[in-house]
Design a protein around this ligand. Structure first.
Ligand code: SF4
Length: 338
């Protein structure tokens, strides 16, 4: 089932996809962190490795990484990094993306169970059938997709540049947008384009509800509201918060908070971003609208697993050359459109 551009948005059921039996390791003992982090830095130097961490990762992982950011920022860094090994502290589609953009490098993912409910929302077989129903349409895939889905796409995008990607496509072309319906609906509104949207979602962002935002807005009426466009609350929240609502990618949130004169921000995305926001904008207050917005996949990576990935060279990610070659075209278009 998809949403056509002419179909009004309706409440959707939560996705059937989710972390299921994924077991998240408990928080580590902070007293052990400095020694582990020192060991990781030494191993990274020894193995000529760069450590990349998504901003939803555990704070101690973000602190030991060479670079922290969202998918677009990390994709760019992976493509230009001089090191021969990339250790990706994130989820599997991100490590695949790094491998596609850097085929000659070794790419390691510390825990192979680090998947993504949004990427699982669509399979390559489903995409092929959808394309067959809409021959001639341009396929735009959010970067949270498997390598095989990217290979069937014309463009990839992240939440940082999704609007620019849609704007770059000629106005007379039909667009299939996948897999995130909330991002698709938001894009439809801000670009004025009619999109045909796949009904996928991230279980974490879909769990952030308008009532969460309304409650916090009542408690903190002067706070600015930072919302990720994957959130299930995006469309309704603009009505609640008006001009104080800022629909931003995770990198956009960081930049906005650094520059804003406000001192309190309500944050509607995965709670791992709070660590980065607090580091980048010290002295300001960041309040999660839903403390339960935790991505279990992103919390699988621990310092011990990162150390072992470097020490043992596990787990190496590979993408078949033919799939990678086609996926690279869509990814390079994404990177070219800032
Ligand atoms: S927060 Fe959602 S979209 Fe991001 S990795 Fe986790 S499941 Fe995927």
């Amino acid at each position: 089932m998809t949403l056509d551009g002419s179909t009004p948005a309706a409440p959707m059921p939560l996705t059937a996809f989710g972390p299921g039996s994924v077991v998240v390791p408990p928080p580590g003992d902070p007293a052990t962190f400095p020694a582990l982090q020192a060991e990781i830095r030494e191993l990274a130097r020894e193995h000529n490795a760069v450590v990349l961490a998504h901003s939803y990762e555990r704070p101690e992982i973000q602190d030991v990484a060479d670079h922290v950011g969202d998918s677009l920022r990390l994709s760019r860094i992976a493509a230009s990094a001089p090191e021969s090994t990339i250790v990706f502290c994130g989820v599997s589609f991100m490590a695949e993306t790094a491998k596609i953009l850097s085929p000659d490098k070794r790419v390691l993912l510390p825990d192979l169970a680090a998947g993504c409910s949004l990427a699982d929302s669509i399979t390559v077989e489903q995409l092929r059938s959808w394309k067959a129903e809409h021959r001639g349409a341009v396929v735009v895939s959010y970067v949270n997709t498997s390598a095989a889905v990217k290979a069937e796409s014309d463009y990839c995008c992240t939440s940082s540049n999704a609007r620019a990607v849609i704007d770059a496509i000629p106005a007379d072309r039909r667009i299939l947008f996948l897999p995130d319906m909330f991002l698709g609906l938001w894009l439809q509104r801000v670009t004025g384009r009619k999109l045909t949207i796949w009904l996928g979602e991230c279980h974490v962002h879909a769990g952030i509800r308008p009532s969460d935002v309304a409650e916090w807005h009542r408690r903190e009426p002067n706070a600015e509201l930072l919302i990720h466009p994957e959130c299930g609350c995006t469309s309704q929240v603009i009505e609640i918060a008006g001009d104080e609502a800022h629909i931003l990618s995770t990198e956009g949130m960081v930049t906005y908070a650094e520059r804003s004169s406000a001192d309190t921000f309500l944050v509607a995305t995965e709670v791992g971003i709070l660590h980065r926001l607090e580091q980048k904008a010290p002295g300001k207050r960041f309040v999660p609208v839903n403390r339960e917005a935790v991505c279990q996949y992103m919390k699988l990576t621990t310092l011990e697993k990162l150390r072992d990935a470097l020490r043992l060279g596990v787990h190496e990610i590979d993408v078949p050359a033919e799939v990678a070659a086609r996926a690279r075209v869509a990814l390079e278009r994404m990177i070219a459109i800032a």
